[in-house]
Design a binder for this molecule. Structure first.
Ligand SMILES: [Zn+2]
Length: 178
């Protein structure tokens, strides 16, 4: 995935969370950056390419960091830190688990690369969804190629509803309080 879908997911959750009492951050923009960063976190595994980790290895690209267990671990740590600043633990935990966990699931919808290691550490099987509507993105700077722009365009179509939700104008008292 070209990351646009992951960013859209983070932005939508930021929007949802910002309308609740005691949001993590007062600034919606900062909140979108934070949640989108969390959504992209599993792809930090591409650093492994430089360190000699092969794509298909346990900690290779789309490996352990794309698992459900990894998502729960990150969500627990994230919610624990949020708890220190009096933010509601269950809500932060649930949203972070959805955001990080969605990454691996969304990657299974792509039509290339290797599947996501969703069940690590219990299984090293790599999964693809039965349907693959998303073209796989070139890794790194390749995203700036015509192929990369094509992938971004397709993702823009698929994730338009999430982006529309995230970016819709604020209305009523919620907007005026900020
Ligand atoms: Zn990924």
């Amino acid at each position: 995935m070209a990351s646009l879908g992951h960013i859209a997911m983070g932005m939508a959750v930021a929007r949802f969370e910002s309308n609740r009492p005691a949001p993590l951050l007062q600034s919606l923009f900062a909140s979108m950056v934070l949640w989108s960063g969390l959504s992209l976190l599993p792809d930090a595994d591409v650093i492994g390419f430089r360190l000699g980790v092969a794509y298909g290895d346990e900690w290779g690209h789309r490996g352990a960091s794309h698992s459900i267990v990894f998502a729960l671990g990150v969500a627990l740590a994230f919610a624990a830190v949020a708890r220190l600043s009096e933010r509601p633990f269950p809500r932060t935990l649930a949203l972070a688990a959805v955001v990080v966990g969605s990454h691996g699931l969304l990657d299974t919808l792509t039509d290339g690369g290797l599947g996501a290691e969703l069940l690590w550490p219990f299984s090293s099987e790599r999964f693809f969804a039965p349907v693959a509507p998303l073209p796989v993105a070139p890794i790194g700077r390749g995203i700036l190629s015509s192929r990369g722009l094509y992938v971004i365009g397709i993702e823009l179509l698929w994730f338009a509803p999430l982006l529309a939700y995230a970016l819709r104008p604020r209305q009523g008292s919620q907007g005026h309080r900020r």
